[in-house]
Design a binder for this molecule. Structure first.
Ligand code: GLA
Length: 402
């Protein structure tokens, strides 16, 4: 028997309701949910005005919310014992042991800055089925789940595009990461068995059906470069510098991603070696996203897979945001049966590899072979997830789930 949608949601929301009761007391009035994401193709194209293809996964974060009688924001999380308490009229970024609260506090801060009626103290409990640090953007999921919960709690609407924009603004301005719209856009617009295509220049979002018979895998290297945030910011700056130089000869260009790679080649000397490689990666990667959409529409999974692997090669050689552990994972994964392609997913400098496969990869224990080879080489196990493309951010109101 098929479980009705709202009952299914109620079951998956039960851990967060339990946490809310235990740690904060009473019953939540609203629950927001948002999924993690896989970056399928379009590496660092988002903040360069390009295009990206992603998928929401079927794992995510629930935030349960209720009103308080005072004007404080009180936050509890399944992952941390101590609660964070901040007056609603004095929200500012936390540091150290309390920094996990920044994603939710930042959303409240952004909503207030934009004039949304967050008019009262509130309390939030957060529970996750999405492992943090696994390369599936738990931060965007937490931002969007919080925004959904607060909108329901205070009775205002946030459409999906606004949800994504508010999440990104929070990440850029409150958390301080100069990311693009990929993570929040995919988490907002995800749909079962669909990919999300984002035109990041116009911020338009479109759901693209996935051909049947393909599956996603995530291999988290469990390695993180200690300077990952500053390296991301370095790439952001290098791309901006390359665009400023290219605009001198292409003043009509709206953004770096849409410049013809041929023009980048012609300007190699003016750009200098590093900016040349960054710009070549971004402009060619943007073309690969368009080719990937064409391959999807034609149901040509082998062609899509080749584009994924070519994207990784470009990240490795030109954008230089891969690391040996990710290169090793891609090499191992694509050597297994049933794999169309594999690439690093997300910011890079450690993190995770994604793969697109058919059912032979699971049937022939491809992931076990990759796990063994990786552990032999790096003396640490990768964490491996088999994911489906799942639904995007949503709100579960108390009356609908009680
Ligand atoms: C991270 C950022 C995204 C995007 C990717 C790289 O996931 O949050 O905005 O830039 O890296 O494509």
């Amino acid at each position: 028997m098929k479980v009705p949608e709202h009952l299914h949601e109620a079951q998956t929301a039960e851990p967060v309701r339990h946490l809310y009761r235990e740690r904060l007391g009473g019953e939540p009035t609203a629950i927001g949910y948002a999924p993690g994401r896989i970056e399928v193709i379009g590496n660092h194209t988002d903040y360069n005005g390009g295009s990206v293809l992603g998928a929401a996964v079927d794992m995510g974060i629930h935030v349960a919310a209720g009103l308080r009688e005072d004007s404080q924001c009180r936050l509890a999380s399944a992952g941390y014992e101590a609660q964070v308490v901040v007056p609603l009229n004095a929200i500012s970024p936390r540091s150290g042991a309390e920094s996990w609260a920044n994603y939710s506090l930042g959303i409240a801060h952004t909503l207030l800055a934009e004039g949304y009626p967050v008019t009262n103290g509130f309390q939030l409990a957060t529970a996750s089925t999405l492992p943090s640090g696994a390369g599936m953007s738990s931060s965007a999921a937490l931002e969007l789940a919080t925004a959904s919960a607060l909108a329901a709690l205070f009775g205002f609407e946030l459409d999906r595009a606004t949800l994504a924009r508010i999440g990104r603004r929070t990440e850029n301005e409150f958390v301080g990461v100069p990311c693009g719209i990929l993570d929040q856009g995919v988490s907002a617009f995800g749909a079962e068995d669909h990919l999300v295509h984002i035109d990041c220049l116009t911020e338009t979002f479109r759901q693209v059906p996935m051909p049947s018979g393909c599956q996603f895998w995530i291999f988290n290297s469990n390695q993180k470069h200690s300077l990952v945030e500053s390296r991301y910011a370095d790439r952001h700056r290098e791309c901006g510098e390359a665009f400023a130089l290219l605009q001198k000869t292409s003043p009509e260009a709206a953004c770096l991603a849409r410049i013809d790679p041929e023009i980048v080649r012609q300007q190699r000397e003016a750009l200098g070696d590093v900016r040349y490689r960054r710009a070549l990666h971004i402009t060619q990667e943007n073309q690969r996203v368009a080719q990937a959409i064409a391959a999807l529409e034609a149901g040509d999974l082998p062609a899509l897979g080749r584009l994924l692997t070519a994207s990784h090669e470009s990240s490795r050689r030109l954008f230089e945001n891969s690391v040996p552990a990710l290169d090793f994972l891609v090499g191992q994964v694509i050597a297994q049966p049933g794999v169309f392609g594999a690439r690093l997913t997300g910011g890079g400098f450690g993190g995770a590899v994604m793969a697109l496969t058919d059912e032979r990869f699971a049937a022939q224990q491809g992931s076990a072979a990759v796990e063994r080879a990786f552990a032999d080489r790096f003396e640490i196990y990768p964490t491996i997830f088999h994911c489906r493309a799942g639904a995007g951010a949503t709100t579960l109101l108390h009356p609908a789930i009680g």
